[in-house]
Design a protein around this ligand. Sequence first.
Ligand code: GL9
Length: 835
Amino acid sequence: MYPSVNEGESQSEPSRDVRTGLDPGNLSQAVCDYLYYFQGRHPATASRNDFYLSTAYAVRDRLFQRGVQSLDALLHRPEGRTVAYLSAEFLMGPQLAANLVNLGIYDAMREALWRMDVRLEDLIEHEVEPGLGNGGLGRLAACYLDSLATLEIPAIGYGIRYEFGIFSQQIREGWQVELTDKWLHLGYPWELARPERAVSVRYGGYTEPYTDEQGRYRVRWIPAEIVKGVPHDTPILGYRVKTCNLLRLWRAEAVHSFDLAAFNVGDYSRAVEEQVTTETISKVLYPNDASPQGKALRLKQQYFFVACAIEDMLRAHLRFGGRPETFHKRWAAQLNDTHPAVAVPELMRLLLDDHGLEWDDAWDVTQKTFGYTNHTLLPEALETWPIDLFGALLPRHLEIVFEINRRLCDGIRRVYPGDEDRVRRMSLVEEQGRRSLRMANLACVGSHAINGVAALHTELLKSQVLSDWVAMSPERFCNVTNGVTPRRFVLASNPALSRLVTETIGDHWPARLEALRGLEPHAEDPAFRKRWRDVKRENKQQLAAVIKERTGISVDPESLFDIQVKRIHEYKRQHLNVLHILTLYRRLKENPGLDMVPRTFVFGGKAAPGYHVAKLIIKLITATGDLVNDDPDVRGRLKVVFFPNFSVKAGQAIYPAADVSEQISTAGQEASGTGNMKFSLNGALTIGTLDGANIEIREEVGPENFFLFGLTADEVRAAKASGYNPRAVYEQNQELRAVVDLIGSGGLGGDPGLFRSVLDGLLWHDPFMVLADYQAYVDCQERVAALWRDPEAWARMSILNVARMGKFSSDRSIRDYCERVWHVGPLGAPTEGAP
Ligand code: GL9
């Protein structure tokens, strides 16, 4: 029997101490052992990758040790719920530093490696991150896993182990070029494959009715294809707690049955082909940001991980004595957007067909199990699947969906007799054009709780997209504002700031972020402000070095670092930022002696490969850099950098170095944003619209500490309703006209037609109100520049921003989910409202 963590950490068992102890001596022994016995290397001949892998294995041992104990504790509990976070994306980021921080052995490991002449920072730099997500939605899932473990809530993240994650971005001649991601190439040490826990996933074929022994009408599904799902587990340790949860990602494998082999005798190549096509299911992440493509393979992926997850959950439930009828008492499953919504008919299918429950009982279990989080209002993001495609892949699920829909429509007709328009809107089936399944409606009908991700977003969800659902069952709706983990986004990525904060207010803040309030009085202390500015300068110097290395561009750490990093999308309005830069540039050209605050503009983010305007916006940014960066009239006062291949790792280097955070989406478009939180937590001041979580950030830090500009969501709607005419804005604003004409006349890159589609979009449609907000944005940036000239006032505001960001810890978000959606407490204890 293994001792508990506590016993292991006390001196009670010396042999255990050597194996999983946390002293530098234990750690360097462990790394050495892995080098020697696992990598087959002597320290003198080991490569950096050898050291990285060995260090990671040594850390992983200490995680799994805690994981085994967490699981053991869970199994011995008579009741309680485990959270299953179902997500097609988990953007985990680099694991080494974050795990060392959570284990509390960052310094010990640094010392251990130093004894072998190795710098921990070099290994951290060497690490390649698994890019198994597109952006905010996937990163949110990763932050939530960190907080679930930290709050000691038993939880499993279920998703797909894509062999190729989000593409790697290169910039060639100013354009985005996509290269395949290689996160597995040098080995991924954090996971453990568990082939013995594989499950079978079925596709296609047909269904047939039969009568069971009790004479009941039943249906069976005869599939045409079977695929194996193999789980790969990554341990998720909470911050300085014993709880270690799991991220369980599934890899698709061909099933090799004896029969199949016999069938394929003499047809080896066909058997190989079959294997290849099967394994494409978990091959690659779709790189679309909030706009589904409707590809059959994507639906196959969605069903693949959902079927694996539900099977895994049900199997665990039954193995430990649970009955199918009580599934919801053991599991709270969260649908991270509609991507896993097929879980609703899947659980119904298992309960009805495999376990013989009656419809009403199965439906009750299903609704009590699921919660649904909506992450976007963009109309193009509302997932639908053509009925024919869905039915061909999942014939039994389609029957179940039709039956759910029949009952749903009957229910609507009972409450709203004669209101066929409402029935049409709420139906799971879109009848217009190619008949299709509306996944958001399926997620709603199958869930007991539905939430948006920031206050404004939830309000808009309730008043617009899902208003019919609110009318039917208002009690199911709630808001849970997003949050980010301060362990990764401050402690691990901003050590200088973390040291200063800890020295000032003690070391409780990473687990109780509201404690940052203790910094407030220090904002008035000039000596503290000086140290605050020194930290920022140090971080900016480091980023400047990275920028030089990645782009060849020299930037001045003394200049104002004005940063926008996020996916490239028209609604996020990177092009509004560019219009401002060109406005400043033109002012300098007209008056080279102008007294202007020197600024470094940094952009980063990927464009979906098929999103042409977004790719053109990247070219617009790089062309602006080419124009501005070396112009002698500018004299270094403006620099424009496109930081290639933005990722979690890049973000960790960028957020700590920002002075200004650009959060300038058209009001009503950004559901929440989480980059806004990461910047502000690292002392950047926000320039932003009243959109997503910006509104709540501004409320918390105080309106006087936030640079607000632009139309509100209501004003955007009103302007559109009354016939917004961007051309008129252009005509009437001389400076804007000059900037637009500069772009349109070939002033950037020489070819006048190059940015035609961007400019035409702005002048004739401008759905994202770029021109409407232009002047307000430029004026607001003047206020930013004015404050920058007063470094003491700036530092004061920066300190107050950090001090008041406590609300945006993902710990708070997870507490909200526990209270409003899952009804679980620490160690899975059911809380008020639990089913
Ligand atoms: C998003 C929203 O656009 C963001 O505003 C929000 O912060 C996150 C997390 O809730 O979800 N929805 C969405 O589809 N994406 C988001 O970032 N897209 C990507 O993750 C690429």
